[in-house]
Design a protein around this ligand. Structure first.
Ligand code: ZN
Ligand code: ZN
Ligand code: FE
Length: 772
């Protein structure tokens, strides 16, 4: 008997060609019924001979961008359908469906854009069900054109026919467009004040080839671009952006071009060419092709990405520009004022970026949700996200069990926020440093958008323990949609780090958590950051940490690591510190400055105590002459890592410096002997590269020793690694390999950043554990 089967599918099933695939399959199998999107996914009803096997056929024919989370089957009496149709979307309040991230141009669309016979020849907004903008243009669910910024464009009859034709690759592709009906580019040169009429892409390329800086409207926001081989142009961009020495990302024509500059492993190539198209940090090649030094001064790694839209592709491959003249590498950095969010609005772009850019390559498709380029890197063979944004967000982390609705505020720097809904945690895109007003506006608009997209109205808010964080204050003033104060759950920063690492690895129970970072507010009101926690989701025990160091000048010591270096010297060498400092640093720091800091330390004025591992890296970096004053967060530590990579021999052969470990809980790692040994080596003329290498070996050894002691004391075998210090690939690889060889199971981050970008996820799962 031919019964009726209702199939309910959840997961990433909207905006990814799922309904057309179902339609084609049903028609092919001679089934009648319908398919529709609702707020929680896709509902299918089929009847006919083959109805019973249809669910399996759907699973077997899942389109490339879709991912099925659950599939439920109900058997019902026949309804007498006569054909198969795609029905209008229906919204069910309180339910939600997952929105796809923005996806890089697929090979089919790219082929069309380069086919002179195709009606989309050279069209910069070519897209289909398998690619194109999503999260950045979606204003609400269900995902349909009226709820995207494509609403402003009425489809021409040809596009409409594609959109309506179930056999077409663009069937129900919401951003479908063509030169006749879709968005258009516009070029505006310096001083002209008017948008040009010629081919805007060619104008932009010519501007860059002539040494100009062009603000380009990308998928998730404006970018600033210039020829990466043009030293003058890159220098100018660096000066205008006041970016210090922070590396710029480079967009390259293709993988072969990237290989002219960097080593590219198969895993790195897969990451570069993947549909997320992140910036990938790659090891610079010996004898690399010419790139302006100002792209990444002194860096051992370069950040490369490939074009992710037809517009970007045309910058490198426009047939009307002679092949020998076409750019191969372009600096492609966020279009923003330093520390502010990326600019998305055309008027705002002209206002804010005019003193940074010589020209604008813009278009009239609005970006609804700003989303920066993502950054990723392959470490120990695994792709790891460093900045999670375009291409990844809003892909959820599946926690595997139902969660209460929680809003987790995140930290202060590298902020993300996180919502939980169903069994998902939905971390937001990278928002950044919340200190600026503009960043905070971005924070609020992101929360509003995610709440609407996922139909969430959380009554529980998790936040950092730091009383002065913007995100903490926001939590305290937060009200639910009904105007009620939420239940507030403060979560310790490093506990959140470890919980995030556990959650993304789907691990519960207790672990040994190693959280190394710069700063996190401790339960005792001090600054923590070298934490060994015996932790589960609900709570933690502080098992060990490094000794505290006074930071003369507080935040100023973070920007000027020589202050921390002097503090370490005073701690390790007492009265000899002043003399040793002069011997080590010579004239690099003025005597007036150093004696002022010595006085602060002697009197204990404005010198908060910190045991952040990041600060130890800073201090050692300055002690051995790598870096005294930084121009971006983490620079001194990156310098120290770079020095260690340049040392002869690997980390495995390096002998750790001495240090002491006291026996009580929390045990304290005392760095006095370590600092004395480093000073001795430095004064004896040992190369700074070798000292840097031995320092890394020492920190790795601290992890091994404390984890062994925790295993003996608490019977735990699993170690979770988190915190910004583990962005240090040399340290991470040594620690992971060393722990595994000592019989530990090691958890680390890959889907979420190991830096404070993961804190919101951790806060959410800790809060959930404390509710039940
Ligand atoms: Zn496509
Ligand atoms: Zn059209
Ligand atoms: Fe942190």
């Amino acid at each position: 008997m031919a019964g009726r089967v209702r199939i309910t599918v959840t997961g990433v099933v909207q905006g990814v060609g799922f309904r057309p695939a179902v339609y084609n399959l049903a028609v092919c199998m001679g089934l009648a019924g319908y398919v529709l999107n609702n707020s929680s996914g896709v509902v299918i009803e089929v009847e006919g001979q083959a109805a019973v096997g249809f669910a399996q056929a759907v699973i077997d024919n899942t389109p490339p961008l879709a991912s099925i989370k659950t599939i439920d089957i109900e058997h019902l009496p026949p309804a007498g359908y006569t054909g198969f149709e795609i029905r209008f979307s229906e919204a069910v309040p309180g339910e939600f469906a997952l929105v796809s991230p923005d996806i890089a141009t697929c090979p089919d669309c790219l082929r069309e854009a380069h086919d002179p016979a195709d009606r989309r020849h050279l069209y910069p907004f070519t897209n289909c069900t398998n690619c194109g903008p999503r999260y950045s243009i979606v204003e609400g669910v269900p995902y349909d054109r009226p709820l995207t910024t494509m609403r402003a464009f009425t489809m021409c009859p040809v596009c409409k026919a594609e959109y309506d034709n179930p056999a077409d690759r663009r069937f129900h592709a919401q951003p479908v467009a063509c030169p006749a009906c879709g968005p258009k580019t516009a070029f505006r040169g310096e001083g002209s004040g008017a948008w040009g009429q010629d081919d805007p892409v060619i104008d932009a390329v010519l501007e860059m080839l002539a040494g100009g800086i062009v603000a380009i409207k990308g998928l998730g926001g404006y970018q600033l671009a210039c020829d990466a081989t043009d030293s003058e142009a890159v220098k100018t961009l660096r000066e205008r952006k006041r970016k210090g020495r922070k590396p710029f990302a480079v967009m390259a024509k293709d993988v072969d071009t990237v290989r002219l500059y960097c080593e590219v492993s198969p895993a790195e190539e897969a990451l570069l060419t993947g549909r997320e198209r992140p910036i990938v940090l790659l090891r610079k090649k010996v004898g690399a092709a010419h790139l302006a030094e100002d792209v990444a001064p002194g860096a051992l790694w370069l950040g490369f990405m490939l074009p992710c839209t037809p517009l970007h592709d045309l910058l490198f491959n426009h047939p009307d520009i002679p092949e020998t003249d076409r750019p191969r590498v372009l600096v492609m950095t966020s279009g923003n004022l330093s520390e502010e969010p990326i600019v998305i609005d055309n008027t705002e772009a002209v206002e804010k970026l005019s003193h940074l850019a010589d020209a604008f390559l813009s278009h009239d498709r609005d970006i609804y949700m700003r989303v920066d380029d993502s950054v990723a890197r392959v470490v120990a063979g695994v792709p790891r996200i460093i900045r999670r944004a375009r291409g990844y967000v809003p892909t959820p982390i599946d926690l595997g069990h139902p969660m209460p609705e929680i809003f987790a505020c995140g930290g202060e720097l590298k902020n993300t926020l996180c919502l939980t809904k169903g069994s998902y945690a939905i971390p937001s895109q990278h928002i950044g440093d919340l200190a600026s007003h503009e960043a905070f506006v971005f924070y609020e608009e992101t929360l509003k958008n995610l709440k609407r997209t996922f139909s969430a109205d959380p009554k529980v808010v998790a936040h950092d323990m730091h009383p002065d964080y913007m995100s903490t204050r926001f939590a305290q003033e937060y009200r639910t949609d009904g105007g009620d104060p939420p239940t507030l759950i403060p979560v310790q920063h490093h506990h959140a780090h470890i919980a995030a690492c556990m959650a993304e690895n789907g691990v519960s129970g207790a672990v040994i958590g190693v959280a190394f970072d710069g700063t996190g507010y401790g339960t005792d009101g001090r600054i923590w950051g070298s934490e060994f926690l015996v932790a589960g989701y609900a709570g933690f025990e502080r098992f060990a940490h490094m000794n505290y160091i006074p930071l003369p000048g507080g935040d100023r010591a973070v920007r000027e690591p020589w202050r921390t270096a002097l503090s370490l010297l005073v701690q390790a060498c007492g009265d000899e510190a002043a003399g040793l400092f002069t011997m080590l640093k010579g004239k690099a720091v003025s005597e007036r400055d150093s004696s002022l800091v010595l006085q602060m330390l002697a009197k204990g004025v404005n010198s908060p105590l910190s045991c952040g591992m990041g600060r130890l890296f800073d201090g050692v970096s300055s002690l051995i002459g790598v870096m005294d004053v930084i121009s971006f967060e983490g620079e001194a530590a990156i310098g120290l890592e770079t020095a260690a990579w340049r040392a002869a021999g690997g980390l495995s052969g390096a002998v750790p410096y001495p240090y002491e470990l006291s026996g009580v809980v929390p045990a304290v790692i005392d760095t006095v002997q370590l600092i004395r040994a480093i000073v001795e080596d430095a004064l004896n003329g040992v190369a700074r590269e070798s000292i840097a290498l031995r320092f890394h070996a020492t920190v790795a050894d601290m992890v091994f020793r404390v984890c062994k002691s925790a295993r003996e004391a608490r019977g735990l075998e699993t170690v979770a690694l988190s915190g910004g210090v583990f962005q240090n690939a040399l340290l991470f690889e040594a620690v992971e390999a060393g722990l595994m060889s000592r019989g530990f199971r090691v958890l680390s981050h890959s889907k979420m950043p190991t830096n404070d970008g993961c804190v919101s996820l951790g806060q959410a799962v800790v809060a959930a554990a404390n509710l039940t």
